[in-house]
Design a protein around this ligand. Sequence first.
Ligand SMILES: [Zn+2]
Length: 114
Amino acid sequence: MNYIDIIDKLEENELEMFEKDLKEGYVQKYIERKKEFFKIKNKTCPVCGNNVREDCFVLIWGEPSIRKKAHFCGIDCLNYFIEQFINKRIKTQKIENKKEMLENKGIKNRSKKK
Ligand SMILES: [Zn+2]
């Protein structure tokens, strides 16, 4: 359907409302939302592989230059993903702490009080 056909079907008051919304930027905002929906349309959930719906959960993380985005079909998949993410972080943190501890032992050769 052409957008001219849609405008043709509007009654006078609807046309005035549309014109008002267009001038005030609401139409543009709606177009942006709709475009965002089309971006979501063909996404799959990284946890279960199902296609996600419009009301899916979206997670955005990372530094601006390496920003990552994932779409989840449900809160259970989002929760699972976050749990895995945290576990990975804790493991990495433990390895880094161990490295740091070994380095401190080697260089300073004294015990730290906490
Ligand atoms: Zn899922």
